[in-house]
Structure formats: structure tokens, C-alpha cells
Design a protein. Structure first.
Lengths: 297, 613, 313
């Protein structure tokens, strides 16, 4: 059914992996007496090394966002394990999460709802620092560094989120994630709500930060182009499962799973003649897949 | 943790002071504050302001007319009306506050806990709420009075309990709306405790609605309390406005004036509380409404905005006299502002479309591309004004050069008949209360004047045409029973149902998954070829443009910066903005390389663009 | 459908039982001097004790409650402690007056408030300002104060209506209408001003929906969009407003009936609670709550009919 590049993670290289997710299921209990819970993820196996970016691509409802949330402790894991830096964090409690907050951070999709509209930028950025017990003075200093690092003016400290554009807000969200110099940032569709030119600038920022700090990313996106651009390796999700996983080059040049093949040819290219060809290829692929499906059925 | 608290407080004051300023600036708000200040003054200084004790009765001087030592006259047992009114203010206001305090003390914590944690507590609290809300207040208060005696304070405590569901629901809804906000998730990831999350992120959301609700609730409490006392069920030894009303009503034949004072006091106080509540609400809404667009951060591109015209006008299209299906000439669209200026969102835009031709309008959010499309459809928001230019459809003006709005009568001749529309968001563009079939049939019956049976037959055929596998089943389905991609096909079927000459598609595939987008693009292309219609395709995606369009117009900040045949624009863009947009495309780029900047983290291009806005 | 109704009726019965129990507990504390009150000041100690035993006041709370409940389930609410009138009869002779008042008022409010609210939402301009201004004035003047003003001006000063309208069985329909007019006006004006404003916001919210724009683009007339689509989607919000009005009015009507001297449930409620006539109080409370439960069920059913999503689930 699936081709998993290399060996199953967690068996070997455990020491090198920053994050190892093995055999994870996520289930949401449904309302009502004795109803079967809704299973959002089935048997997920991924791993991420230090300084590496794993791109996670899939359509809406495929479970890619849920996987990110499960790693962060925001979705209920019913089976399997999540190991971060050698520690099992599958069912981490509040206290463990607090110390985990230093090394594991998040950037969400929507820059409009991921920042509390009534807090000033300085307060938003100081929040994770305060939790880790930094003094207000040290926090202020760190906030200035962060603003500089993401290319925002230092007078942003006393301004409210609504005074900033989408792209600038996403910089604030990135700065918040960077505040404690984490080892892994879960990026949940961080550029999908942005305009094309802003998206390019923010992607540059992500790459620059990785070069400067060696941070790892789990980069979730519906856009194969974005994932290919920023990832070392790519995992493809479909109906709550990972159907294909490999290096960025392999998955985006020579996809094996029928869904990945369709996905690759569905995204239109900005040239009429090349797009006409891609359209043709896609129609041929669909015809071929229908034929295979008919034969196997 | 102390630092967090301090910061929250600091922000709170900043916001609050500006709101207070706005309330004072609002004449009605100021009036309300003035009235309430007078009432509170009366209550606080009652001992000095009242010449007599509230119960001092001068039997020799009953029902005296106003004047002399009895400023407002005396009642039927010779008590001074003014003194009673002043002491009444004290009791009335205090009891209203007591009622609100009890209601808040119960409703607020319950709402916070129920809204944040949900679960069993929430279910139980909800049940109690439903029970309390279906109890008629006065009947309950009568029962309480029967059990506990005629005390103002006890009945107000009971009423406070009775209306606590109001606070519970308000708080719970507010909390639920932010509980799953991403910034709360971010706080959880940062390791904040629940208590810290509630006090820091959630309480600030409920604070304002609670204040508004409290001002309303105080008014209701005064009304109910006066009503009870009017029934003669109050404490006869305490002077209150309700008791005075009762007293006045007994003597209505002798001295109706006795009714006027307490009635006026009640009306003024409740009115002031209501006005104050409204003023606070207006002030808060104002803060959100005015500031957001002004700073150029209109959420999700809803508020279009424009940069003041800089340099050469970009209009590259000839606007001669030749006949086109639709011809837009030097169009300007603007929104009048509070200060009298007009904020232009579309500025000097000209283009044309012919039958059988697809024009793409490309731009980022805020470029004015959707506003341009809606001008042609005549579906601009109420507040929008045409500030310049004209639009012709098939040689007839739908916007004449002197019009400041789109003429709905002239457009109704075309809209739905010869011009049709495919929206962006498939689900929200179907009425959830009607079946898909109904929403397809009705326009055909109205526009084509055909019978329902005939329209149904056509609708089934259309559903089949747009690639829906079981037309009959979809025809009978409600919108929430089909997928997003299906809903978009239904909307496309609706758009072609009356055989239009021009289809305006506003980001028709943006809300869809990439694979579904490809299918829908195929569908639009096939239909366009088969029906030979003109299409205006509004999009931000150059891939979609390459897939469908014959010609492209690129818009930036309300202006058309470049247009021409699709191959020319995509391969040899002349305008720097077009080049920048195309340069931001990821297709064909070397992975893991910088797209726009050269290494320095302070990426300037975006900031430059935004600084102007 | 039937399932849904049964479920709701079941829930209603639970609520009813809970309310009865709490009301009974509450009244239990008020019933210390009842026998003395009934017999008057000059009754002997023995007579009072005998009366207490007769009324069952010597029994513990729970025994009394379940005794009452056992009879109540069969529809027997007992007799008034003070005049030995059957509770059911006392209520059923007065209920029609109160219900007429409330139902006529709520129908008027529904029609007028819907029209005004829609007009304000669609036309804006002066009518919008009128509706919004009236809402403040209407909220500021409680309906009983309005009633007092109406009586003073139209009945006492101008003598256009009877001031104290007692409705005798032999009085003709004309007198009946005359005596009902002012109380209905007092209730309606207040209800209309607050409901119209809320219906206005509900309609505006619907008019801003995407699907309205799409309907316009399809060549559907404004009138059809408004009356068929927008009104239907705004109706649940309007119904909620009206059902809350209804509950509020069941209470508010108590005072209105006193002002206009109407012999409805209000008079009964005041009288029974002041005297501590427990069977009668329980009867009044239960009837009122039953009416509220029925109305809420009706509102839910209409909402289900209006909203296909609810209907399916």
C-alpha cells in the first residue's frame, strides 16, 4: 500500500532522531452513548532529525493538522508513542509540557487568530519567557532580539496585533515560537493565509532561521510546491494515514502513491503551454488510474 | 507569573481609557452618565438633600401641592415626596447593584468553567439555566416573598439568582468562541496553566460584554423591584420608587402628580442605564471597526484599500468606441469615510471582454479585483460609491459616466439572465434552508418564465452536465449534505442555468482542495468552450490564469498595472509588480534557496509595500 | 419526529418535578402560621392544632410533598386552604383571561415587530432610527408604568375606557374588547420596541450572508429574497426573542392585571402567595410552568421545521 523510505523509524537511529512518532492513532470520542470514537489518524510513523525539515502534505481533512496537534499535546493520542529527545511525551502532563515548551514550539496558519488581539506584541512575545521564569528585564531584552531576528521594528513592542498586516503578524507568531530557542517548531500551514509575495518573504525567513539556529521543522501544508521548496523530506497524508514518505526530490519527482501522483499534476503551472501539457498528463493519469481501479475491483 | 499579571493590567487600562473617552464623546453616552451621576448623588447625599425623614408624616398636611418646605408636595399621609424620592434612590440603586452582583457572582464563574472545560458541569449548568429561564420571574418572586417575607434585599437576591443564566450564557458563549482560538493553543504549548490562560486570555474577552449586560440588568432589576412594590408587596417601612408608585396610584383620582415623580425617576434611571450600555457597545465596536481598516489590516482582505496614485496611470487598454460584450472605462470605486473623504478601492480601471473570451484579473488581497468584479454585477456593498468612469454591457450603460451607484433597475435587466456569477466559498453561497433543486429551479422559473416541471428537467440535465454523478439525489439534497467540491459544481450549474453571455467567477477554486480545483477548472473550461460565453476570472493564482485565461489584467492597490495576452504577461512581464508576483511563484525554483531576499533576515520588500498602506 | 417530541415531553416532566419540589420546599418554610391565619385571631389553641392536623402540617416535609405529588399526578391539585375552592377550578376560571391577554399581545408583537424590524433592516434611514430610539424608550419604561400612564390618561382623565374593567360573564363582547384594549396596548408597546430591534439585527445579519448576494446575482427579486430566504433564516432568532417575551409576559401580566383590575391568574397569584395558600400557589406555579414548557416545545418544533440541519439530526 505504501512505500516508506528507508527503514521504519524508531527501530534504528533512535538516538539521532529529535522526534520519533511510532504507530500513533488519534481518536476523538463522539457524543452519544457507546458511539465508536472518530478516528482521525491511523498508524502514523514519522521521524525528524536535528536541523531537518519534514514536509507534511495532504488535502483538507486528511489529518495533517491533527498530527501536528497530537505532537503538541493538543489532540488525544489513543495508541502509539511520541518520543522527543529520548523522552516519551505521548501523554505528557501540564508540568512536562511546560518544560517541553522550551524545545517544542508552534506557528499556526491563521495570523489573525493566533495572536490575542487585546495584548501588545511585547506581551505576546514575553508570554513563553514568563512561563519559563525569565525576569521581566531579561524578557524585554530577549523580545527586542526576537523582533530584530524576524525583521520587525523594535517599536512594535507597544503595538497591538491589529496594527500589523498578515505577513507581519506571521513574523510575530514566528518570533513567539523562537523566543525560547526551541529545537523543533511545528508549522501548521504557516503561509496558506498569506498573499503570494508575502508567502515568498516568510518562506525565506523560515529558511534563514533554520540556517542560523539549526532548528527542525514539521512543516504542514496543502501546497506541494511550498512543501517541496522548504523540506528535506516529505510525507504525504491521505484519509488519516501516511501513504508515502521520502526525500523531497523522490516524492515530488517520482511519486509512487496514486494520490500523490494526482496531487502533483493537479497543481497548475504559470505558463499556458506547459499547463496544457500538464493538464493532458493529468487526464491520462486519471484514465490510467480508473483503468487500474476497474481491473483490480 | 507576577510579570504576566502586571502586563495584563497595563493593557487593560490602555484599552479602557480610550473606551471611556469615546463614551464621553458620544452625546447620548454623556447624557446617560450625567443622569446616573445625579441619581447616585441623590442616593449618597440623601441625608443632606432630604429635609424630612422618609417616614416622617405630617397628618395635618396631606396631599399638599408642590411648593414651600415640601418641594414636590406631600402624599396621602403627609410625607414629603421629595424626601421619599431621594431616599428611594438609595434603596433602588443599591438593590439593583445587589441583584447584578448576585447574578455575576453565580453566572460568571459558572460560565467560565462551563465554557472552558465543558463536560458534566457544563451540561448540568445548562440544564439549570434552561429551567431558570423558563420560570416567569414575578411568579417566583411572589413565592419567595411568601416564604421569606417582604424584604427588598431578599427579593433582589432571588432575582439575581433568576437572571444569573443571562451571565452564564454570555460568558459561556464568549469563552467557547475563544477556547479553541489558536492563541489559546499557543499559550497551552507554551505551558501556561489553565488559571493563567483563563485570567490572561479568556477573561479579557468576557469583560466588555459583562459590563454592558450589567448596565441592562440593573435596569431590569429596578423595573422588577418597582413592579413588586407597586403590587403592595414591598416593605412598607422603606421608601422606594415602587412603593411611591403604589401610593400615587391609590390616589390617582385626587392627585395624579404623585405618580409622575416616581415614574419619571424610574424611567430616567433605566433609560440612562440602557443608553450607557448602548454607548459602551458602540464605543467597543467602534474601536474594532475604525482601527482595523485604517491601519490597513482588514481581516482576510475584506476591506480593500488603495495607495494614493503614484506616477503614471497604468491603464493600458484602449477605451475607444468599438463594441464589446462588457466594457469598463476608467472605473473608480470608493467608500465615503467618517471625515468626509472617499477611500478609493478601485481607481481608473479600464478593460473589456468579448464573447468566447476569458479575462483573468489577478492581484493580491486589497488589489480591488473583487470590487471591480462586483461593480459589473452591481453587487457592491451598500456603502460603496462609483466615483468615476462607466460600465457598458452589450453597448448599454449599467453604470453611466455620471452615476454614483450601480443602477439596479438597469442591471436587473441583465443580472441572472445574461450576466451570472460563480462565488468563492461554495458552502456559504447556498441557502442552507432550501434544497439544491429548489435553488436551481427558482431562478429559471423567474428568469426564463418556464414551468417548474420544465425547470426541474433542465436542472437535472445541468447537474449531469457539471459532472454530478447522481443528479436526482443531489437535486433533493440540502446544501449541508454535499461536499464542498459538489456544492461548487452546483453553483456553476446555477451560473449557466439561464444561458448567460458573461460569467463572473470570483476566486472560484480558492476554497477547494488542489485536486478538486483541477476538476473544477476542467469543468469551467469545457463549459466556456461549449457555451461560448465570456468569462471574467478573478484570482490570485497564476497557475489558474495559465490554465484558463486568454488575456490577463494585473491589479495592485486598486489600479490596473498591466494587461495583455496571457503568454505575453506570463512570459515577458513589463511591470515590476507583475515581475515580483511571478518571481514569488515556487514552481521551477531551486528548493531551499531564498526567493526574494539575499540572506539578511530583515526582508524589506514586504515592509516597503506595507509601510505605504 | 415523534421520538423528538417524546424526548422533549420527558425532559419537560423532569423539569416540572424539579420545580414542584423546590417550590414546595420554599413554601414549607412559610407555612408556620398558616392554621392561625386561616382561623383568625380568636381561634383557640386546640382549634389551631386540629386545623394543622387536618391540613397535614404536622407531617414531615417529604411526606407532605409526596402526598401532594401523588394527587397532583392524577390532576387533583387539592383545594384552597382559605375558601375551599378547588384549585383546578380556581385556575381554569381565571386562566382564559390571562391567556387571552398574553396570546393576543404576543401575536400583535410578532406581527408588528417583524414588520418594523424588517423595514428598519432593509430601508434604514428614519425608520431604522425610530426603531432603535423606541427600543431605548421601551426598555426605559417598564410595561406596568406604561399601564399606569395609560390608565391615568385614557381611562381616568379622558374616560375613553373603563378604568377598572371587571369582566362579568354577562357583559357583552363589546365591553370585553374595551376592557382588554388598554392592557394589551401596555403589553404590546413594550414588547414591540424591544423585539423589533432584535429582529432588525437578525435580519441584517442574514442580509450580509454570502448566499443573499448569490441569489441577487441569479436575478431573484429583492422581495422574494427578503420574504422567502432572509425571513426564514432570521426566524429562529425572532422566535427565541418572542418565546422569551412570552415567558416574561406571563410574569409581567400579574402587575398589569392588578392595574386594570382584571380577575386573571395574576390576582390569584398575588392573593395566594400573600396568604400562604400552598395548594393554590403550587397550582399557579405548575400551570404557568406547563404553559412555558409547551411554548418552548412549539418553538423547538418550528425551528426544526425551519432548519433542515436540525431536522435531519
Amino acid at each position: 500500500m505504501t512505500r516508506t523510505q528507508g527503514k521504519p523509524s524508531g527501530v534504528e537511529n533512535q538516538g539521532e532522531n529529535l522526534l520519533t512518532v511510532s504507530g500513533v492513532d488519534v481518536e476523538y470520542p463522539l457524543k452519544g452513548f457507546r458511539r465508536k470514537p472518530f478516528r482521525a489518524l491511523t498508524d502514523i510513523n514519522i521521524h525528524i532529525k536535528q536541523g531537518e525539515t519534514l514536509g507534511l502534505v495532504g488535502e483538507s481533512g486528511s489529518g495533517k493538522t491533527t498530527l501536528g496537534r497530537a505532537i503538541l499535546g493538543l489532540a488525544p493520542i489513543s495508541r502509539g508513542s511520541v518520543v522527543f529527545e529520548g523522552n516519551d511525551i505521548t501523554q505528557a502532563g501540564r508540568k512536562q509540557r511546560r518544560s517541553l515548551g522550551r524545545d517544542l514550539q508552534v506557528v499556526f496558519q491563521d495570523p489573525y487568530t493566533s495572536l490575542n488581539p487585546s495584548l501588545q506584541i511585547g506581551d505576546i512575545l514575553a508570554e513563553p519567557l514568563g512561563v519559563q521564569g525569565k525576569s521581566p528585564d531579561a524578557a524585554r531584552k530577549r523580545v527586542r532580539e526576537l523582533l530584530d531576528q524576524v525583521g520587525l521594528p523594535s517599536d512594535a513592542i507597544n503595538r497591538l496585533p491589529r496594527e500589523f498586516s498578515g505577513g507581519q503578524r506571521q513574523r510575530v507568531a514566528i518570533a513567539r515560537a523562537l523566543a525560547l530557542s526551541p529545537k523543533l517548531i511545528v508549522c501548521d500551514e504557516p503561509v496558506s493565509a498569506l498573499d503570494l509575495s508575502t508567502q515568498a518573504v516568510v518562506l525565506d525567513l523560515f529558511l534563514q532561521i533554520q540556517r542560523d539556529t539549526g532548528v527542525s521543522y514539521l512543516f504542514v501544508s496543502h501546497d506541494l510546491d511550498v512543501v517541496r521548496h522548504i523540506s528535506h523530506r516529505v510525507a504525504v497524508m491521505y484519509h488519516g494515514e501516511i501513504v508515502e514518505q521520502g526525500t523531497s526530490e523522490q516524492v515530488t519527482r517520482d511519486p509512487q502513491h496514486p494520490y500523490t501522483q494526482r496531487l502533483l499534476l493537479a497543481s497548475p503551472v504559470p505558463d499556458p503551454d506547459r499547463q496544457a501539457k500538464r493538464r493532458n498528463d493529468r487526464h491520462e493519469l486519471l484514465a490510467a488510474q480508473r483503468l487500474t481501479a476497474a481491473v483490480t475491483a | 507569573m507576577s510579570q504576566t499579571v502586571e502586563l495584563t493590567g497595563q493593557t487593560g487600562t490602555v484599552v479602557r481609557s480610550s473606551v471611556v473617552k469615546k463614551i464621553v464623546k458620544n452625546p447620548l453616552g454623556l447624557l446617560a452618565l450625567a443622569i446616573l451621576a445625579v441619581m447616585v448623588g441623590l442616593a449618597v447625599f440623601a441625608n443632606f438633600l432630604a429635609p424630612f425623614d422618609e417616614n416622617f408624616a405630617n397628618i395635618g398636611k396631606t396631599l399638599a401641592a408642590p411648593g414651600g418646605e415640601n418641594l414636590l408636595g406631600t402624599d396621602s399621609v403627609g410625607r414629603d415626596v421629595w424626601s421619599r424620592l431621594v431616599f428611594g434612590a438609595r434603596t433602588t440603586l443599591l438593590s439593583a447593584l445587589l441583584c447584578a452582583a448576585v447574578a455575576i457572582a453565580i453566572g460568571l464563574p459558572a460560565g467560565l468553567i462551563g465554557g472552558y472545560y465543558g463536560g458534566k458541569f457544563d451540561a448540568a449548568a445548562n440544564w439549570v439555566t434552561n429551567v431558570l429561564m423558563s420560570l416567569p420571574g414575578i411568579i417566583v418572586l411572589l413565592t419567595v416573598r411568601a416564604a421569606m417575607g417582604p424584604s427588598v434585599w431578599i427579593s433582589m437576591v432571588a432575582f439575581g439568582i433568576l437572571i444569573s443564566p443571562g451571565y452564564f450564557r454570555l460568558t459561556r458563549t464568549a469563552v467557547q468562541s475563544v477556547r479553541n482560538e489558536l492563541y489559546v493553543d499557543a499559550a497551552r504549548v507554551a505551558g501556561l496553566s489553565d488559571a493563567a490562560i483563563i485570567s490572561r486570555h479568556i477573561f479579557s474577552v468576557v469583560r466588555a460584554p459583562i459590563i454592558i449586560q450589567t448596565s441592562m440588568i440593573c435596569g431590569v432589576a429596578i423595573a422588577i423591584q418597582s413592579g413588586l412594590e407597586f403590587l403592595g408587596l414591598g416593605d412598607p417601612t422603606v421608601a422606594t420608587w415602587g412603593v411611591m408608585l403604589n401610593e400615587g396610584f391609590k390616589n390617582v383620582y385626587l392627585n395624579p402628580l404623585l405618580l409622575v415623580w416616581p415614574a419619571a425617576a424610574i424611567g430616567l434611571t433605566i433609560g440612562a442605564l440602557v443608553l450607557l450600555g448602548n454607548a459602551i457597545r458602540d464605543a467597543l465596536e467602534d474601536a474594532d471597526k475604525i482601527k482595523a481598516p485604517k491601519r490597513g489590516t482588514g481581516a482576510a482582505g475584506a476591506a480593500e484599500r488603495v495607495r494614493p496614485a503614484q506616477g503614471a496611470s497604468g491603464s493600458a487598454v484602449e477605451t475607444g468606441t468599438e463594441h464589446h460584450l462588457v466594457k469598463v472605462s476608467h472605473l473608480g470605486v470608493g467608500y465615503p469615510q467618517a471625515d468626509g473623504s472617499v477611500k478609493k478601492v478601485v481607481d481608473d480601471v479600464s478593460f473589456h471582454v468579448d464573447r468566447g473570451e476569458v479575462l483573468g484579473i489577478v492581484g493580491e488581497s486589497g488589489s480591488g479585483k473583487s470590487q471591480t468584479a462586483f461593480s459589473i454585477l452591481g453587487l457592491l456593498p451598500e456603502a460603496a460609491r462609483i466615483v468615476a468612469g462607466s460600465i457598458q454591457f452589450d453597448g448599454k450603460y449599467t453604470v453611466a459616466p455620471t452615476d454614483d451607484r450601480v443602477s439596479q433597475t438597469r442591471l436587473s435587466e441583465f443580472r441572472g439572465k445574461r450576466i451570472s456569477y460563480i462565488p468563492q466559498e461554495p458552502m456559504s453561497n447556498l441557502d442552507p434552508a432550501f434544497t439544491i433543486g429548489h435553488q436551481l429551479v427558482t431562478p429559471m422559473v423567474r428568469v426564463l418564465k418556464i414551468s417548474k416541471a420544465e425547470a426541474k428537467e433542465r436542472a437535472l440535465k445541468l447537474l449531469d452536465d457539471v459532472g454530478i454523478r447522481f443528479p436526482e439525489k443531489t437535486f433533493n439534497a440540502y446544501p449541508h449534505e454535499v461536499s464542498g467540491g459538489m456544492a461548487q459544481r452546483v453553483l456553476i450549474a446555477g451560473a449557466i442555468s439561464c444561458e448567460p453571455d458573461l460569467i463572473i467567477a470570483d476566486e472560484p477554486t480558492t476554497a477547494l482542495d488542489v485536486t478538486v480545483q483541477a476538476d473544477v477548472l476542467d469543468l469551467i473550461r469545457d463549459l466556456q468552450k461549449r457555451l461560448n460565453v465570456g468569462v471574467i476570472l478573478v484570482t490570485h493564482n497564476f497557475g489558474v490564469v495559465a490554465d484558463l485565461c486568454d488575456r490577463v489584467a494585473v491589479m495592485q492597490n486598486g489600479r490596473l498595472v498591466e494587461d495583455g495576452p496571457v503568454r505575453e504577461i506570463l512570459r515577458n512581464p513589463k511591470d515590476p509588480y507583475t515581475r515580483k508576483l511571478l518571481g514569488s511563484m515556487l514552481e521551477g525554483k531551486e528548493p531551499m534557496t531564498m526567493l526574494v531576499s539575499t540572506g539578511a533576515p530583515a526582508a524589506k520588500p514586504e515592509d516597503e509595500k506595507e509601510a505605504v498602506l | 419526529m415523534l421520538n423528538f417530541i417524546l424526548k422533549r415531553v420527558g425532559a419537560g416532566v423532569v423539569v416540572l418535578a424539579a420545580i414542584s419540589f423546590f417550590t414546595y420546599i420554599l413554601l414549607y418554610f412559610s407555612s408556620t402560621n398558616i392554621a392561625r391565619n386561616i382561623l383568625g385571631e380568636y381561634a383557640s389553641q386546640e382549634q389551631v392544632a386540629a386545623k394543622e392536623i387536618e391540613l397535614g402540617l404536622d407531617q414531615p416535609l417529604l411526606t407532605r410533598f409526596f402526598d401532594w405529588a401523588r394527587h397532583a399526578i392524577t390532576g387533583d391539585f387539592g383545594t384552597s386552604w382559605f375558601n375551599s375552592e378547588s384549585v383546578v377550578q380556581a385556575i381554569t376560571t381565571r386562566l382564559p383571561i390571562t391567556l387571552t391577554l398574553v396570546v393576543v399581545s404576543i401575536v400583535c408583537i410578532a406581527v408588528v415587530a417583524t414588520l418594523l424590524g424588517m423595514a428598519a433592516a432593509v430601508k434604514r434611514g428614519w425608520i431604522d432610527r425610530l426603531v432603535q430610539g423606541a427600543a431605548v424608550v421601551g426598555d426605559a419604561i417598564p410595561n406596568f408604568v406604561l399601564g399606569i400612564i395609560l390608565v391615568t390618561i385614557f381611562a381616568i382623565q379622558l374616560q375613553l375606557f373603563p378604568a377598572t374593567s371587571s369582566i362579568a360573564p354577562d357583559s357583552g363582547a363589546n365591553a370585553w374588547v374595551l376592557s382588554m384594549t388598554l392592557p394589551v396596548i401596555a403589553l404590546v408597546i413594550n414588547g414591540v420596541t424591544s423585539s423589533a430591534q432584535q429582529i432588525r439585527s437578525a435580519v441584517i445579519k442574514q442580509l450580509e450572508k454570502d448566499y443573499v448576494r448569490t441569489l441577487r446575482s441569479r436575478g431573484i427579486s429583492e422581495r422574494e429574497i427578503l420574504f422567502k430566504h432572509v425571513l426564514r433564516s432570521a426566524a429562529p432568532a425572532g422566535l427565541t426573542v418572542l418565546s422569551l417575551q412570552f415567558v416574561g409576559m406571563l410574569g409581567g401580566v400579574v402587575i398589569i392585571e392588578q392595574i386594570f383590575a382584571l380577575p386573571g391568574m395574576g390576582a390569584l397569584a398575588v392573593q395566594s402567595t400573600t396568604m400562604g395558600d400552598i395548594p393554590l400557589v403550587m397550582g399557579v406555579v405548575l400551570y404557568t410552568v406547563i404553559i412555558v414548557i409547551i411554548v418552548n416545545l412549539l418553538v423547538d418544533l418550528i425551528n426544526g421545521w425551519l432548519n433542515p440541519k436540525v431536522r435531519v439530526s
